[in-house]
Design a protein around this ligand. Structure first.
Ligand SMILES: [Zn+2]
Length: 380
């Protein structure tokens, strides 16, 4: 997903945060501290509202994180490595290193997310009741009750059978189970996602027209996001159908041109765009020729001209753990699902044993292979 920054690592998995989480974090703090809590319990010092508002926002983001970690744990238990996790305003996305092997696994991996949110919701609701019985301060009870409501809302929203929501994956698992066709099940779940997205957009704009306020804009925005994500998933599914049975080594460009990490931006640009520098992305290697990152012309271009002589490629490259990597014998379909939503749209292909760089897969490689495969298949 674009527009993210790294929060940290949980069990070796990179956790990234989309900017929309920052917005929702501030929104939660401000609506609680500046509105709801003050309105309901006006007699407390101002600091109490803000501390509570901040705490609730932190626990809310932690709840979303728990939902994602649950997906990751179940995926791992079923032998699927998790590439990374990205939190966004309505939950999160855990990117898996490979396709789910069966409808059963898909069902478990997708289902545990909403289940976790529902359990958290019930736990917070019970705590709120318990605090109320103990005659705890009103704002505290209200804050815990709010966390209960939002977690149950997360569980319900994510269960809607529309891709890319968890419910969309549940729908996919069910269709897959009955038709035995993983590609067609994705196409159906994606169509449901687009349909639901348009419904939200229509509802959002209609409510703006009817009520004359802009509250419906949120709904329309979420709808727009769902349509885009569902369309991308549908396209992915078609790609997967075409690339079935093809290995990464078959479509990669072998022996890519590499650049040393110590090269300055100025030295790098001196060679471009001619000869071997006619590409737009280059694997960056250390002194032992091991890949340490990926640098693109766009990244280099962001360095202001006066600093180009003193800035090394190591400083501007995407570090290796943020770059999609693959082994030569991996199915292209696995790599494609990993690539969807990655920051840089290239895959570095590493030797399974030595982790030495053996190739690169760019969008050009993918679309070229796609054209070949569809053209040659149509002629049969
Ligand atoms: Zn989920």
């Amino acid at each position: 997903m674009k527009g993210t920054f790294t929060l940290g690592r949980i069990a070796g998995v990179r956790v990234a945060v989309h900017w929309s989480v920052v917005v929702i974090f501030l929104l939660v703090t401000v609506t609680l501290a500046g509105g709801r809590l003050v309105r309901l319990y006006p007699d407390y010092p101002t600091a109490v509202y803000w501390v509570l508002g901040l705490l609730v926002a932190v626990v809310f983001v932690a709840s979303i994180l728990a939902h994602e970690v649950a997906h990751a744990i179940v995926a791992r238990r079923n032998g699927i490595e998790v590439e990374d996790m990205t939190l966004w305003m309505l939950g999160g996305v855990a990117r898996l290193r490979s396709e789910t092997p069966s409808p059963g696994v898909e069902l478990r991996v997708a289902g545990v997310g909403p289940l976790t949110s529902a359990v958290l919701g019930v736990l917070f609701a019970a705590s709120a009741v318990w605090l109320d019985v103990l005659a705890a301060p009103g704002p505290l009870v209200e804050a815990v009750a709010w966390l209960a409501a939002i977690n149950i809302l997360l569980a319900l929203f994510n269960s809607i059978p529309a891709a890319p929501l968890d419910g969309g994956r549940l729908l996919r698992a069910v269709v897959w189970k009955f038709t035995g066709d993983p590609v067609r099940s994705t196409v159906i779940a994606a169509a449901a996602g687009r349909g639901f997205g348009w419904l939200l957009v229509a509802y959002g704009f209609l409510s703006i027209l009817v009520t004359g306020t802009f509250a419906g804009l949120w709904m329309a925005l979420i709808g727009g996001f769902l349509i885009a994500a569902a369309t991308a998933e549908g396209r992915q599914a078609q790609l997967r159908g075409v690339f079935a049975g093809i290995r990464t080594r078959d479509i990669m460009t072998p022996h890519p041109v590499t650049v040393p990490a110590t090269t300055t931006v100025e030295q790098f640009l001196a060679g471009a765009p001619f000869g071997q520098y006619r590409h737009t992305a280059f694997p960056v290697v250390d002194a032992e020729e091991s890949p340490v990152g990926l640098v693109t012309v766009a990244r280099v271009d962001r360095v202001p001209v006066p600093q180009r002589g003193s800035t090394s490629l190591a400083a501007v490259m995407a570090p290796i753990d943020e770059v999609t990597t693959a082994f030569p014998d991996e199915p292209v379909t696995d790599v494609l699902s990993r690539l969807a939503g990655a920051g840089e749209s290239r895959v570095l292909v590493l030797d399974r044993e030595s982790h030495a760089l053996v190739g690169i897969v760019s969008q050009t490689d993918i679309s070229r292979a796609f054209t070949w495969l569809t053209a040659t298949r149509d002629r049969r």
